[in-house]
Ligand binder design. Sequence first.
Ligand SMILES: N[C@@H](CCC(=O)N[C@@H](CS)C(=O)NCC(=O)O)C(=O)O
Length: 210
Amino acid sequence: MTIKLHHLRFSRSTRIIWLLEELGIDYDIEMHDRNPETNRSQDDLFAVHPLGKAPTVEVDGHVMVESSAIIEYLIETHGDGKLGPTTEADRAPYLEWLHFAEGTMGMPILLTLLGPRFGGLGDILGGFVGGEVTKLLDYVDAHMEGRDFVVGDSLTGADINLEYLLELSNMAGLLNERPNAKAYLDRLMATDGYKKAIEIGGPLVPTAAS
Ligand SMILES: N[C@@H](CCC(=O)N[C@@H](CS)C(=O)NCC(=O)O)C(=O)O
């Protein structure tokens, strides 16, 4: 049964296009647009899953949401040994980093980017979120010192999951003083798989040309 990815333009479902391209497996893709006024997903995505979130993937008879779970499942069941940890010792850090992206890092980064659109986060929430963002990005920057990939010596699903949040962080200038994280992001964005994903799904955020 063919895997079907529901891709919302300008969103983190781009990372699943990247994953599927790297895995080299057949898939169908259905494009969904954001509501031009609210920037939220619309009825066509809610018709697929009650949360109306992207990515949503139809796979093995299940309609699946949550990037980290989708990445873990697709690598495990359709990966043919690709993009997972290459040693038993890497398995724990691989799962940790794979889930760190959406589990701990996602919300503070997203709130930082969305805050200005909603009149700012205010002193209390803004202080909490700002402190988290500093801690999280410093952690990634320190971890990437002397490493090419977040775990092991080759690209894994954990790198693919992290890239989206690092790219958004970089757009907000948050990697300017974090050279290891910035160099890591640059390397990820230079991969053929990432470039192919952007070619298919479009950029992560609207640009003048899109
Ligand atoms: N933790 C979820 C977050 C999913 C999510 O919030 N996706 C955004 C796209 S970046 C979305 O669907 N936004 C549209 C909306 O919520 O209306 C994941 O990693 O898949």
